[in-house]
Ligand binder design. Sequence first.
Ligand SMILES: Nc1nc2c([nH]c(=O)n2[C@@H]2O[C@H](COP(=O)(O)OP(=O)(O)OP(=O)(O)O)[C@@H](O)[C@H]2O)c(=O)[nH]1
Length: 377
Amino acid sequence: MPIHSAQLPSSIVNVAVAVIHYQEQYLLGFRNTAQHQGNRYEFVGGKIDPDEAAIDALIREVGEEIGINISNNVAVKLGRLHHDYGDKQVCLQVYKVALTGLQFEQHGHRQYGLEGQALSWVSKSQLLAGDYPLPAANQTILAWLQLPEQLIITYPLAHFIENPNASEAWLTYHQQHLPQGAWVYVRTKANAIKAISQQLEVQLAKQLMDFRPDIDCVLPNNIGQTLIASKQDKHLSCYQANQQLKACHLTHTELMDWFTGATNGLECSQKNPECLSADQPLLISCHDADSIHAANQLAAARLQQQQPPVIGIFLSPVLATQTHPNDVPLGWDKWSSLAQIADMPVIALGGLSPMMVQQATQYGATSIAGIRQFMQS
Ligand SMILES: Nc1nc2c([nH]c(=O)n2[C@@H]2O[C@H](COP(=O)(O)OP(=O)(O)OP(=O)(O)O)[C@@H](O)[C@H]2O)c(=O)[nH]1
């Protein structure tokens, strides 16, 4: 749903921001000393006019500032964030725009934009490493950009239950079949099996990370919290775990408990922020508009409290899937309209294969995820 600047309080400056890239090269402008947040790099963008849709402002600003017509490019919404600079409050509506080879050939060599601003193309790794100082609000954008195009989710432990030693079978399978360098949501769902303790879940996560130091991990919130706490003992595997831990994950149920928990007296509620990791970014599973609104609220609260951001949501199921045969799929059209209301990157999940990444992008996904079809044979 496009947000018009007229819908925001007048004191907030509503800005369209274009994260323009060609493959792994990203375009930055330089804000001159006289500008707000001057002497810093910035993504191309500018104020959204009253009654102008963010996407129209984006196309207009990119045209005015660097002379590239992006009206036929796919602009994927990365998210929307509010930042208070003290002297100015901004609401950034951020889109990721991939240039075509021809556009890059025509414009990639330009050192200055149409307003005389210096332009630089920088590698994604330099950008994410913080080599180019950006306005403070952009830290969240950099965190969003860390999300890879594809994420893989482990099978639940129950998938190996026929095996005499399910935990060992789970571990061996994932050691062998996770793609090199993948982002992996390590989900054992061990609590679904009686007699399996949280300690075992922690153990399995640690062992997988020790055996596969190349993978980056997203862990369930409680497992991640336990690992972070245990890093104090300076045990090597815990140290490694800390390096590999990219985010903690909240299920749809955990999110809604957090959202409504205060009224129901639940331990994890908005009134008890410590129940969520304050050290790690969050990834959240959502299935409907209510949960996306709750995720938006959590994301805004974390920004306000200067905690690591919500870097994305899994929105599922897009299509029918073998692993969740009873779930009714959303279908791409409904998925896409739900994705529009999220204030953070949206990962498409459910019945997808890695080949569908371009299709997913057309519908507004920043990334795709899956289990079976994403494993290596
Ligand atoms: N274009 C752009 N603006 C950003 C980024 N990050 C960020 O916080 N902003 C803020 O968003 C606002 C952008 O508005 P603007 O570009 O139209 O305004 P300005 O301050 O440059 O000029 P003006 O107020 O004289 O028109 C500024 O307050 C700027 O500090 C970014 O990456 N790109």
